[in-house]
Design a protein around this ligand. Structure first.
Ligand code: ADP
Ligand code: ASP
Ligand code: MG
Length: 436
């Protein structure tokens, strides 16, 4: 069971989490995010330190500290529990304050980011202790790890976690941190923003859990972005493939990579609402019967690169050479379209854009379009369902379409547009492809 930032962001919410986890009849690993707002605040502290603005860093540390000083007395009532919370806060805020005195580097930045989940889990565990609910606090840094490519090491995670859990044969409840991990240099690292979902799916896969429940502040995956549109509805069931596409292409409710571990071990994922636990939510599993468009998501911050070369005409090996350029800079490609003499690809990691473009110029003319967005229409058999492409294109008649990718998978149509049209595209598709 994973609980996100808003689910643990207020003392009364932590009580709800306590109710939900103690209802479970099976042994349960509980993965917690940082209290909402904390990771953003930690990012801000890191930025101030990176800019050598110690006064600003100190101000931000004090604001965050004040938030926790208000939080714990509302959460905990007994003097013993409150003393424990004071010690926890002292430890973590002393750590942040010490950073004001030493020279800053990237490893420290990641150490800062880890404080949020460490604080939330320790405070929550103290609450369980106060309420005399037996639970073990498992440090995620003892089992979660990523390799030199920042990929989670599922095999090792599984071995370590199973060995740790075997030490507690009579325990029912385990609490651990989402998001944080160790990297190949044995430093504290993380699974990128929103990474607690990824932790939950990795843990569920590692121990072959019966289910991976992601508890958040909405009643499941909606059919379109509820932050942008007034009218959206929860989806009852999604296949792993559909959910993975939606997460990857921008549905913020799930971390982009969070589906594959559960899918690999066939652990069903449920998206549930902490604020409304009775709501059905979304069930994500291997096979779903329903066909047609299920949902639409959009991802911005996309850059399109077009390579045009008459040498491509009737040549083999051309695409391989182009892809090798991206591979050598460890830059994933999202969308691809080709014609006889040109190929367009999209990327969202711009760290090596200049070098990539320079290398690609060896093959032909290269054009770069930044500020693009991928709009992704997802559904089981969407590519084969009659009329889907027609209604998607009809909905977008007023919007200049830069690329279309269709047929690569059976459950996705992706369209690249300038990011300025993203909201309009989501609105038009919402009316055009769904019946309300
Ligand atoms: P948590 O802190 O629990 O991880 P997040 O804020 O990361 O929660 O994710 C939940 C939010 O995702 C929702 O409040 C909602 O605004 C947003 N969201 C974006 N797209 C979707 C979607 N398609 N379905 C549901 N929620 C979405
Ligand atoms: N606390 C982390 C973040 O805000 C991880 C998470 O909430 O999933 O990104
Ligand atoms: Mg999240």
């Amino acid at each position: 069971m994973k609980f996100g930032g808003t689910s643990v962001g207020r003392p009364e919410r932590m009580y709800q989490v306590k109710d939900l986890i103690t209802r479970s009849t099976e042994p349960t690993v509980v993965v917690l995010s940082a209290l909402s707002g904390t990771t953003n605040a930690l990012v801000g502290i890191g930025e101030a330190l990176a800019a050598a603005d110690k006064a600003l860093a100190k101000e931000r540390i004090d604001i965050l500290h004040a938030h926790y000083l208000n939080f714990y007395p509302e959460l905990l009532k007994s003097p013993a529990a409150r003393t424990k919370a004071e010690d926890i806060l002292k430890e973590h805020f002393e750590f942040l304050n010490i950073l004001l005195k030493i020279s800053f580097n990237e490893a420290i930045q990641r150490d800062i980011l880890a404080q949020g989940e460490l604080l939330s889990t320790k405070l929550f565990h103290t609450l369980l202790e106060e309420l005399e609910i037996p639970a073990v606090l498992l440090p995620a840094l003892d089992f979660m790890s990523i390799d030199e490519n920042s990929e989670p090491e599922l095999g090792k995670i599984s071995e370590r976690l199973k060995a740790i859990l075997a030490q507690y044969p009579d325990q029912q409840l385990f609490i651990t941190q989402g998001y944080i991990c160790k990297n190949h240099r044995n430093e504290v690292d993380n699974l990128k923003r929103g990474g607690s979902d990824y932790t939950a799916s990795l843990v569920a896969a590692a121990i072959q859990a019966s289910v991976c429940e992601i508890w958040t502040d909405i009643d499941g995956m909606h059919n379109n972005d509820p932050r942008v549109l007034d009218r959206t509805r929860p989806i009852a069931e999604l296949s792993f493939d559909e959910a993975a596409e939606l997460a990857y292409f921008g549905a913020k409710i799930l971390h982009p990579a969070s589906i594959w571990p559960a899918q690999l071990h066939n652990v069903p994922v449920r998206l549930l609402n902490t604020m409304d636990p009775a709501a059905a939510g979304t069930l994500i599993k291997a096979e779903v019967a329903e066909t047609g468009v299920k949902a639409i998501a959009a991802k911005d911050g996309i850059t399109a690169i077009n390579i045009k070369s008459s040498r491509m005409l009737l040549a083999y090996g051309f695409l391989r050479r182009i892809f090798e350029v991206f591979e050598s800079f460890k830059t994933p490609i999202d969308m691809i379209t080709t014609s006889e003499v040109a190929v367009s690809v999209t990327i969202d990691d711009l760290s090596h854009l200049d070098q990539i473009v320079e290398e690609l110029r060896r093959f032909g003319t290269v054009e770069v379009d930044s500020n693009q967005a991928i709009v992704c229409v997802v559904g089981n058999q969407v590519a084969e369902t009659k009329g889907v492409i027609q209604s998607v294109m009809d909905s977008l008649v007023d919007i200049p379409v830069r690329m279309v990718s269709f047929g690569g998978s059976k459950h996705n149509v992706s369209i690249l547009i300038d990011a300025q049209y993203k909201v309009q595209a989501l609105k038009n598709l919402n009316e055009g492809v769904f019946t309300w």
